[in-house]
Design a protein around this ligand. Structure first.
Ligand code: BGC
Length: 351
């Protein structure tokens, strides 16, 4: 394997020319590339991966890329040059890693896409994530049940804030929720005063809280007169939910709406406890990290790799064998059991 890597290095051309000579470590090395430290969940994912990989005896090169694609590309290039045996990558932009992944392929370094699918590259060996469509289904079902859409007359005002168009997950979250809500939109029980419902109209580049807040403020000032209610705001995740919450706090005089989220970030869990966010979807990053550590071990031992989905995730080069963990509904009633009793957070962190 190492010999092949060296041979490939010699053949790798222009990209290799810009790289330092690889210093292959004695132990097996795993490069973990995370998108950013700005969002809580990736810090948690990175920490868990590092802890678990090191406990399993691997050397870990963990890097965060400040949500900057060029930084992520050079960090991964560096991991390759430092002799990574496996790469675990959460892409900032699903289809911007082609060149560096070609290099990984040249070196025969298996790549696991972590949480977000890496698109348009045949260098991706496996994908490990939570069931992204189910995240949306959980959010949509919560809205349907809370408004009792099968029995209530409505109409209820709905607004939607989705995720980053460059993140393959974002459309899965959106579609999972919309598939539950669409019949009620068609029936006229749910109406969308802003008229913005297509994914492209409701997406939030980079999942940025401020972008979500600005858009929500515009929607509120243009479509909701004094005292007029937004009944429900479907937000795909917690960072966008936070933006919408801030916009509502800043200039909204109607009744507080149902607001969804995802991740159970600390700030959002506090908002759930305070009644400002209705629910979130808990994706226990410890579960995903353990699964990925298991897959890394199986890959390096030449064992069969544990996957449970070989149909859903086509990255443009074919189906990527995937392991989907199960996301869990969270709200103010069950957060203690889910987050505190399980040791995910301490009580103090949520004060
Ligand atoms: C993840 C979400 C996260 C979002 C923003 C998505 O790819 O699946 O858990 O909230 O990125 O970082």
């Amino acid at each position: 394997m190492k010999a092949k890597k060296l041979l490939s290095l010699a053949l790798c051309g222009a990209l290799a020319a810009s790289m330092a000579v690889p210093a292959f470590a004695d132990g097996q090395k795993v490069g973990v590339s995370m998108p950013t430290k700005d969002l809580q969940r990736w810090n948690q994912d990175g920490d868990n991966m590092q802890k678990e990989l090191e406990a399993a005896g691997f050397e870990v090169d963990l890097q965060y890329a400040s949500n900057d694609v060029q930084t992520q590309l050079s960090q991964i290039e560096n991991m390759i040059s430092q002799g990574a045996d496996v790469l675990v990558i959460t892409a900032i932009e699903g289809n911007s890693l082609g060149s560096v992944l070609d290099m990984a392929k040249e070196y025969e370094i298996p790549v696991i896409a972590y949480d977000r699918l890496i698109m348009d590259s045949d260098a991706v060996s496996y994908y490990a994530t939570f069931d992204n469509y189910m995240v949306g289904t959980v959010q949509g079902t919560y809205i349907k049940d809370t408004l009792d859409l099968d029995n209530a007359d409505g109409p209820f005002n709905l607004e939607v804030t989705a995720g980053d168009p460059g993140d393959n997950n974002a459309r899965f979250f959106y579609q999972g929720a919309i598939d539950v809500l669409q019949p009620y939109i068609d029936e006229g029980k749910l109406v969308i005063p802003s008229g913005q419902i297509d994914f492209d109209a409701v997406a939030t580049p980079a999942w940025a809280t401020e972008t979500a807040q600005n858009r929500a403020e515009n929607i509120l000032s243009s479509n909701y007169a004094d005292g007029e209610n937004v009944d429900v705001w479907l937000c795909s995740n917690d960072s966008t939910s936070l933006g919408v919450t801030k916009a509502l706090e800043a200039n909204y005089t109607g009744e507080y709406p149902i607001i969804t989220g995802q991740d159970c970030d600390i700030e959002n869990t506090k908002n759930m406890i305070a009644g400002k966010q209705s629910m979130s979807v808990f994706k226990d990053t410890r579960t995903l990290a353990s699964q990925v550590v298991k897959m890394v071990g199986q890959i390096l031992n030449g064992e069969e790799v544990d996957v449970n989905d070989t149909e859903t995730y086509d990255n443009g080069t074919g189906i990527i064998p995937s392991y989907l963990c199960e996301p869990v509904f969270a709200d103010a009633n069950n957060y203690k059991e889910l987050l505190i009793d399980s040791g995910y957070y301490t009580e103090d962190q949520l004060k």
